[in-house]
Design a protein around this ligand. Structure first.
Ligand code: PLP
Length: 355
């Protein structure tokens, strides 16, 4: 006999983390930052009074972010990772009978978060080049749609939404419909045409932008992200949040990261150059990649995805395989790049032979 669970929850796959890598392999499956924590961040954490509860409102961090972003502190909300804020906002806006619309394939957490809220996912296929089809998304809006999630750069394809596409889309969306622009990888974007959400907040009263300290700022394990948008929408998120979940070490680390931003952004620049170099070399091998703008690249391996993943693994590269679509590989340590390129050359060879 089993206890009665909500059937849609029992049917869910629990969140699958990027596989742990063997000691001599590179873990390129979670879009983490390969650089170790800054000493200044370690020092900041070591001063934490974590026998006490943290400041539930993350007052200092929110004030600092607000000042930098040109908004008021109540227009900033912090969460234990931006994924926590995504969950809060979906729960705040959508329940049974409501629809949450997003592109697919996109961030693997979206479907589960929608199901947990009791709402229904409406997935609009991405285009062949890995970009959002925002025209099709606008057409998929119904009177039951409560949230639209736009992910730029899109995880896992690494392709951006352009500002022109986004603003054209927003003009078609009713003001009463919440649009979440998930910019987890914003700091890695170099495409001058890409959308940047923060400057658009004053134009669109139904827009909330999600950012994180996990990727560019290298704090994935401390869990801290933030949302920027209208205060009353963020208040609704705060109402659904588990109180006190952004810990004092996380708040202190985020502040220290902001104080030492120049050093962190220099690392981001290194990763951008590594990414662009990797993308060029993959193109030279014959790969048809979407233009990579996150800290990861997308290999469109289609039906060969599982086999290609095995080839990568045999070369010591642990990537994230999404059969039957493709493989997402994070831009990691410099030594991982050559190994990856050897593996992808072998995959190209094998795929050619399979034709
Ligand atoms: C598109 C996207 N959004 C949000 C997140 C969540 O990041 P975090 O909860 O660490 O801020 C991720 C993490 O991989 C992501 O890829």
């Amino acid at each position: 006999m089993a206890v009665k669970l909500r059937p849609e929850i029992a049917a869910l796959q629990p969140y699958r983390q990027g596989r742990p890598a063997a000691p001599d392999a590179f873990k390129l499956s979670s879009n983490e930052n390969p650089f170790p924590p800054l000493q200044a961040v370690l020092d900041a954490i070591s001063g934490s009074s974590f026998h006490r509860y943290p400041d539930a409102a993350a007052t200092v961090l929110r004030a600092r972010l607000a000042e930098r972003l040109g908004v008021t502190p109540d227009q900033v909300h912090t969460g234990s990772g931006s994924v926590a804020i995504l969950q809060q906002l979906i729960q705040a806006a959508a329940g049974p009978g409501d629809e949450v619309l997003y592109a697919w394939r996109s961030f693997e957490a979206y479907p589960g978060l929608v199901t947990v809220a009791g709402a229904t996912s409406v997935q609009v296929p991405i285009r062949a080049d890995g970009t959002h089809d925002l025209d099709a998304m606008a057409e998929a809006i119904t009177d039951r749609t409560r949230v639209v999630i736009v992910c730029s750069p899109n995880n896992p394809t690494s392709a951006v939404v352009t500002e022109a596409e986004f603003t054209a889309f927003m003009e078609k969306v009713p003001d009463t419909l919440l649009v979440l622009l998930d910019e987890a990888y914003a700091e890695f974007v170099t495409d001058p045409d890409a959308v940047h959400g923060i400057p658009l907040l004053s134009r669109y009263p139904n827009l909330v932008v999600l950012r994180t300290f996990s990727k560019a700022y290298g704090l994935a394990g401390l869990r801290v992200g933030y949302a920027v948008g209208p205060a009353y929408i963020l208040d609704a998120a705060r109402s659904t949040a588990i109180p006190l979940s952004v810990t004092e070490p996380a708040q202190r680390a985020a502040l220290a990261a902001l104080e030492n931003e120049a050093e962190l952004l220099a690392r981001v620049q290194t990763l951008i150059e590594r990414r662009d170099d990797l993308a060029r070399q993959l193109a030279d091998q014959g790969w048809n990649l979407p233009a990579a703008q996150g800290n990861f690249v997308w290999l469109p391996t289609g039906e060969q995805t599982a086999d290609a993943g095995n080839v990568l693994e045999s070369h010591g590269i642990i990537a994230r395989v999404f059969p039957p679509d493709g493989i997402r590989v994070s831009v990691g340590e410099p030594e991982s790049v050559d190994k990856l390129l050897q593996a992808t050359a072998e995959v190209v060879q094998t795929l050619r032979e399979a034709l």
